[in-house]
Design a protein around this ligand. Structure first.
Ligand SMILES: [Mn+2]
Length: 332
């Protein structure tokens, strides 16, 4: 699957060499990034299962609470907050462009240098190559790199590994719809489907299911979409009162901003989440005409051209005025 029949992005590092080093280990800890997504957990779990099958005593760590949409993954119960294996020979970071991305685990990883073998397997172009052994290849999901690594380890991809890797492919690729989805993504997905990956169960758990509290909050929020700049800028506001009335917590609002952006004519959407009194977490999305990284930057935030965020303080209406003015400057 690694490039067979397709163009390969240039990679930093030697995956074959990493596979050889990993096979020699007796113990290892796998590190996944803070506020985990399907790619870091799926890749971490797949590698955990594969290395365990090679006879490597393995741990997998994440510093955050695991979102319950990932509870269906086999082996997820093995994820610990901190490493407990004192004498682990190797630390392996997956899907993390720098040590700080590991959150509280970043300290552990930094301190391991010189004492243990460190590995870094990632797909972000900004990766700082912070480990002794690095493999960084830009692609839609780091699970593509992990899939190739597992093949080099000589471990058969069984259903549990296939489900874990497919979860990373589906989540990081926006369910195979982002602009960086190429033939290799589908070739890897094809092999994982052949190995038993269940896209219906994965899709239901990571994209479709939600709590009744979230559904209620979603309805209330979207019934209040406001449009500015001749319908090119849409704003939703989620107040603390709306959160408590629905029984949902802040994390339930993840993905809300995508809905106002989907409205015909809207070029920029903002979700304003009241995290504290007069304190709003702003999520900004663009269809492409406006650079929301620059817009968020005006208010001390940032992110990507099409997806960014910032914190803003004060009265909701004043914040909307400021956003409207800044968005109007970036749309013309
Ligand atoms: Mn990723």
């Amino acid at each position: 699957m690694n490039g067979a029949g397709g163009k390969m992005q240039k990679a930093a590092g030697d995956l074959q060499k990493i596979a050889e080093e990993l096979k020699k280990l007796r113990s290892a800890v796998i590190f996944t990034h803070t506020r985990p997504d399907g790619d870091t957990l799926g890749g971490g779990l797949a590698l955990f299962l594969a290395l365990s099958r090679c006879g490597v005593r393995c741990e997998i760590c994440n510093d955050s609470d695991i979102p319950d949409k990932f509870f269906f993954l086999k082996g997820i119960e093995n994820v610990k907050k901190f490493p407990t294996e004192e004498n682990a020979e190797a630390y392996i970071a997956v899907d993390s462009s720098e040590e700080a991305r590991l959150g509280e685990l970043g300290e552990f990883f930094s301190r391991a240098k010189g004492k243990r073998l460190t590995f870094n397997i990632d797909h972000h172009i900004s990766n700082t190559l912070y480990a002794r052994f690095n493999y960084v290849r830009q692609c839609a999901a780091n699970c593509q790199n992990i899939a190739a690594l597992i093949r080099l380890l000589g471990v058969e991809t069984d259903k549990d590994i296939a489900d874990a890797l497919m979860t990373g492919l589906m989540t990081d690729s926006g369910n195979f719809s982002h602009s960086d989805v190429d033939g290799e993504v589908f070739r890897t997905a094809g092999l994982l489907a052949d190995a038993g990956a269940d896209v219906d169960t994965i899709g239901y758990n990571v994209f479709r299911r939600q709590s009744a509290a979230r559904a209620l909050l979603y309805g209330r929020t979207m019934s209040g979409i406001r449009y500015f700049l001749d319908g090119r800028f849409a704003v939703i506001v989620i107040t603390r009162e709306m959160l408590s009335a629905s029984g949902a917590d802040q994390s339930a609002t993840e993905g809300f901003v995508d809905f106002p952006l989907s409205v015909d004519g809207v070029e920029v959407a903002a979700a304003m989440l009241e995290v504290n009194f007069r304190r709003f977490k702003i999520s900004l999305r663009s269809k492409g005409k406006a650079n929301v990284n620059a817009i968020a930057g005006v208010f001390g935030g940032g992110g990507h051209i099409l997806a960014s965020g910032c914190m803003m303080f004060g009265d909701a209406e004043e914040i909307i005025d400021k956003l409207r003015y800044t968005v109007s400057q970036h749309l013309d």
